[in-house]
Design a protein around this ligand. Structure first.
Ligand SMILES: Cc1cc2nc3c(=O)[nH]c(=O)nc-3n(C[C@H](O)[C@H](O)[C@H](O)COP(=O)(O)OP(=O)(O)OC[C@H]3O[C@@H](n4cnc5c(N)ncnc54)[C@H](O)[C@@H]3O)c2cc1C
Length: 783
């Protein structure tokens, strides 16, 4: 069974730690409002510019434009804690829900495997869920906000000038509700208990003027809430987001929350500044305000942070963000430096108690950067006798066009989880850029180790009902070896197809079939086990439950991975990416790879046709979804989204052979524009199709939406009925309906592709959530 990490209590601990720190810092807080700098001596803390000497008890607006006069720190602290509690409760709820689902999945996996994939277990798990649960999923958890649109962005296509205005995608219904709750809680916490009738001073009398007192308290509240919100804002942007890891929520969702929290921080800090402006203008007029900004560092750095923040908000608007993402990202990061520096200084000058929140936010940012650097060092730096060496990537244009394959050898072995992605840095293209790409394939070369085949497939008698008696003899066919106990070069990579080729497919299998009456015997030799299985009855439809030979606890097991004892550590781990061409980094990479190929020496095609460039891999990230406990898994990929699905297909097939997953049926639906795009991953598809028992489990449907010339998918149609090629767009509802009817156990549907494909698959899945237990997940390639 796959050893998945149990969700941690870490996020809750971190939250309580934050609150404890805040409380600790607040013990010295005045419970009534006092000026921040009790002894103004006519000099400020910085550069000695004059500060007003105020009598804060006098009924003068000036009191409320300076320091903490009129600011109720006790209430601010209370509402900060409420905000943490609100966010913490959402995280805790998510955590409880995920843990619940995690245990259900784990239990299903354990029972299915332990019950040897019996029809009873599969049937039980194929039953529809409780009505309340399917309603919850249909109308809340999986539902788009409105009708069908979720991931498909709203794009306004102007004809003159020919511009596409990207208005962004809509959040899902659940995310929308979380966002609304968060907005409401901020509005409440910024406005509750404000002294609408005038605040009471330490002398027990109403402060005068009351409007100035109200505005001052509002200024304090909004300023505090803006700084408090920096903590969730920074948590959401971190690639190494431990909260996200614990609740198993992907970066695209955190990114959505990051944007909304950012908007709230902008609104609150603008409100903070406006409140100060109102009192200042009332007290000293616009000239006084200009003068204050001219001479006072406290205001200057506050204004700097404010300007940076407003610019961030403008640049983050979807049309600008998507028009040039790289420009947006660079400006965003630069402006964040100004914003954080400004806020920090603003708080530091007056030693304001909210400093702690700002420091925590900075600590989160620093910790994330440290983790990112450590990941890069771990993956890409090798210490050799000659000195340091870095990873070098090979980038080759793909035959299918529009994409390159980037392969990079990592410096340390890599623990791969399907569904993960990594960030790529290719300094030759842009040293400051890093782009996320799904890890399409991982190949590992092992050290040459002696391994023993500890169990031969010595009995296949239960394999097919047509065989009344069998005598199966596995003999080594290797020309170099003649005994049944063989030495093989076994890589440690559990997925390595060469293992299957050498470990299983290279085993010749002789099957002696005795007729029913026992009078005749037919002997046939197969070149590999897979052919033998297939030949036993190629037309037999897949059974509702696996055939009895798949009984996992039977002694008559087919050769399994655990039968091959590999002791060597892998020598070389190579990570492969398929990168499709867009307009920025990916286009430059594609062009560079094309020109390397074009200038290749025809005499030495191998040497020159591949672009070699320094490339750093940061990752892996994501990979929260596991389909191991689902009997039927449907993976839908649109275009380059296939990179997300391949790892799962390989993992599930491997698990099926190992008896470590509940999956017994895998359907891969791939929608591509041109048939040539199959070449992007054809080598890996070949490897998958060579995996043992693949025919029992896997079906691949490829839809070519704009075929040119041949429609047989460049010879991919057929493959013993495993690969079907269609022309046109798939009708996802019809596709799913067929699978739902023939499902085994619980079902999972996952989609990775353009917004339109994702939304169609989601809509189709929602139609069946009350007919079967169906899990739905999607991976988005944009945010
Ligand atoms: C988790 C994940 C996995 C992905 N896996 C793959 C993959 O396997 N193969 C593949 O071809 N593409 C993949 N992508 C998409 C890929 O990251 C973008 O296509 C690439 O960053 C575009 O770079 P560009 O400069 O050429 O883009 P541009 O032409 O400038 O922009 C194209 C689009 O890409 C998005 N984009 C640009 N830069 C980034 C960035 N740094 N981070 C996030 N989005 C960005 C923009 O929102 C824009 O809409 C993946 C994206 C994500 C989020």
């Amino acid at each position: 069974m796959r050893n998945r990490k149990h969700p941690q209590l870490l996020p809750l601990l971190i939250l309580s730690l934050c609150n404890t720190l805040v409380y600790a810092a607040s013990t010295d807080f005045p419970s009534v409002t006092v000026p921040a700098l009790p002894a103004h001596d006519g000099k400020s803390l910085f550069k000695g510019e004059p500060v007003p000497i105020v009598d804060w008890m006098s009924p003068d607006t000036i009191n409320f434009t300076w320091g903490l006069t009129g600011v109720d720190n006790f209430e601010n602290l209370m509402f900060s804690t409420y905000l943490f509690a609100t966010l913490g409760s959402v995280v805790a709820l998510l955590f409880v829900f995920r843990t619940f689902i995690y245990h259900i999945n784990n239990q299903r996996l354990a029972i299915t495997v332990a019950s040897s994939y019996t029809t009873t277990a599969s049937h039980f798990y194929s039953l529809p869920p409780a009505r309340w649960f399917s309603l919850l999923r249909r109308h809340l958890i999986l539902a788009p906000l409105h009708k069908l649109r979720h991931n498909n962005p709203l794009i306004v296509d102007l004809s003159a000038p020919p511009i596409k205005i990207h208005l962004g995608a809509l959040p899902s219904r659940l995310n929308f509700i979380i966002i609304v709750l968060y907005l409401l809680s901020n509005i409440l916490y910024c406005t509750l208990y404000l002294p609408w009738d005038g605040s009471v001073g330490p002398d027990g009398k109403l402060r005068e003027p009351t409007k100035a007192a109200l505005v001052a308290e509002f200024r304090g509240r909004t300023g505090v809430m803006a700084v408090v919100n920096m903590i969730p804002l920074f948590v959401c942007m971190a690639r190494n987001n431990f909260v996200g890891h614990a609740v198993e929520v992907g970066f695209d969702i955190w990114n959505l929350f990051h944007r909304w929290i950012g908007r709230v921080v902008v609104l609150e800090s603008v409100a903070h500044m406006l409140a100060w402006t109102v009192n200042k203008v009332d007290q000293a007029g616009w000239e006084g305000l200009a003068e204050a900004l001219r001479v006072n560092h406290f205001y200057q750095v506050g204004l700097m942070a404010e300007i940076a923040l407003v610019l961030i908000a403008i640049l983050s608007a979807s049309p600008l963000r998507h028009a040039n993402y790289e420009f947006f990202l660079s400006m965003h990061q630069l402006l964040v430096v100004f914003f954080v520096a400004g806020i920090w200084w603003h708080l530091y000058i007056d030693i304001l108690p909210q400093m702690i929140y700002c420091n925590i936010a900075i600590a989160i940012w620093v910790a994330d950067r440290i983790f990112r650097i450590l990941r890069i060092l771990k993956n890409n730096i090798k210490w050799r006798r000659k000195g340091l060496s870095f990873s070098v990537a090979e980038v080759a244009p793909l035959k299918g066009g529009d994409a390159v394959r980037l392969s990079v050898e990592l410096s340390t072995p890599f623990k791969y989880r399907p569904g993960t992605h990594a960030y790529l840095y290719v300094p030759r293209i842009g040293w400051w850029q890093s782009h996320p790409f799904s890890i399409a394939w991982l190949s590992t070369e092992g050290s040459a180790q002696m391994i023993e085949m500890t169990q031969m497939p010595n009995s296949l008698e239960a394999r097919n009902s047509t065989l009344t008696a069998t005598a199966v003899e596995a003999v080594s066919h290797s020309q170099s070896q003649a005994s049944t106990s063989r030495n093989l070069n076994a890589p440690k990579d559990p997925y390595d197809p060469s293992k299957y080729r050498s470990g299983i497919n290279s085993v010749q299998v002789s099957v002696a079939t005795v007729s029913h009456d026992g009078t005749s015997m037919r002997q046939k030799t197969y070149s590999n086990l897979e052919n033998c299985l297939q030949d036993s009855n190629p037309h037999r439809p897949l059974p509702a439950s696996p055939p009895s030979f798949m009984v996992r606890n039977s002694p008559a097991l087919p050769v399994k991975h655990r039968d091959l004892v590999a002791t060597g550590t892998p020598k070389k781990t190579t990570m492969h990416f398929i990168i499709s061409k867009h307009n920025g980094f990916t286009k430059q990479l594609y062009d560079a790879a094309q020109s390397a190929a074009a200038t290749a020496d025809p005499e030495k095609p191998k040497k020159g046709c591949v672009l070699k460039a320094l490339a750093l891999v940061e990752g892996p990230y994501g990979g929260h979804h596991s389909f191991d406990s689902f009997g039927t898994v449907v993976l839908v990929a649109g275009g380059v989204g296939i990179t997300h699905c391949l790892g799962y297909v390989r993992h599930l097939l491997h698990g099926y052979n190992e008896g470590t997953v509940a999956t017994q049926r895998v359907k891969l639906v791939w929608v591509i524009r041109k048939s040539e795009h199959i070449h992007w991953v054809s080598d890996w598809l070949e490897e998958i199709l060579r995996m043992p028992l693949c025919r029992r489990v896997l079906e691949i449907d490829i839809y070519i939406t704009r075929p040119s010339g041949t429609t047989n998918g460049n010879g991919w149609a057929g493959r013993g009925g495993l690969v079907k090629i269609y022309v046109g767009r798939p009708e996802f509802e019809a596709v799913l309906e067929k699978i739902v009817r023939r499902r085994i156990g619980a079902m999972a549907v996952t989609v990775c592709g353009g917004g339109a494909v994702s939304d169609s698959v989601r809509a189709a899945t929602l139609k069946f959530v009350d007919q079967a237990t169906i899990d739905f997940s999607e991976e988005s390639f944009t945010w």
